[in-house]
Design a protein around this ligand. Sequence first.
Ligand SMILES: [Zn+2]
Length: 181
Amino acid sequence: MRINDDEFGEVIVKKSPLAKNIKFSISTSGRLQMSVPSYTSNFLAKRFLNTNRKMIREKLPVKDPSEQRARDYQKKVLMKKAKEYLPYRLEYYAKLYGYSYDKCRMSHANTRWGSCSSNRTISLNIGLMKLPEQLRDYVILHELAHLNHMDHSKAFWAEVASHDKNYKLHEKRLKMFNPGV
Ligand SMILES: [Zn+2]
């Protein structure tokens, strides 16, 4: 559940059967978050928020609501771009080098650019759309190589190198960027 608050913007309300009282915290995206017992009504949550305004202002680093909205918008734009581009780029390289995967998923994890699971699903971070093309391609080739090697063994890197001879440089440059949106 979410509450739209004039001062704090979108407030996340998490209902939990384990919660005994109401607790405030900050979500990873910088929003105000409340954990409340599962029987708490919307009305009660709002009232509790109102009575704790002063404490929240003083103690919790809530991001400016306009900043939250800007991030939401940026995420939406990146997701749209990513959906229109990444699955086709993946398909292109898979065909070129003879890989077959099962599914391509879009992700927006904060810590990784891509992943490849044992059920042959490749996840690509929408943040890839912010990267230079060579780095984006490198991540795609890296994940495709994981279809044959589910580790970072010598054999894995040899396979990556056969598709991208500058892979070491790309791996290094990638660390200068942050996958989070
Ligand atoms: Zn890897």
